[in-house]
Design a protein. Sequence first.
Length: 132
Amino acid sequence: CAGIDAVLLSADEQVPLGTAQVLLTYASPYVGLAEGAGPFLVRVGAGYGAGAARLSGHPADPHGGAATVAGAWMAPYGFGQLGLALGSSLRVEARVLAGWVVAPVVGEVEGGGDVNLAGFWTSVQAGLAVSL
């Protein structure tokens, strides 16, 4: 099997002087092996996510300073997926991914550690797949 996913992820992280908003969007071509039994489908494979990340600081003190960092983000990964057919063209899917970021985006936080999208990463995704 082969395909391409489009992903949009968002999170807020508490930092010593406020919060940091993380926004990551990427496209991800993948290849894998699939095996089905009845309404169930299991896939394992590998892919490569390439996109952009934005890290934005939001200070708790209204007089505090904040900054935004944006940049390219890339990561190869492996995945495992389980799908359940709800009909001839609709399937519910759950996927677990794990990979290593090769193009990180890092934001410095005054008085604390960095906020970053770097190194080892994991993701759990759930969604609907429509076959055309």
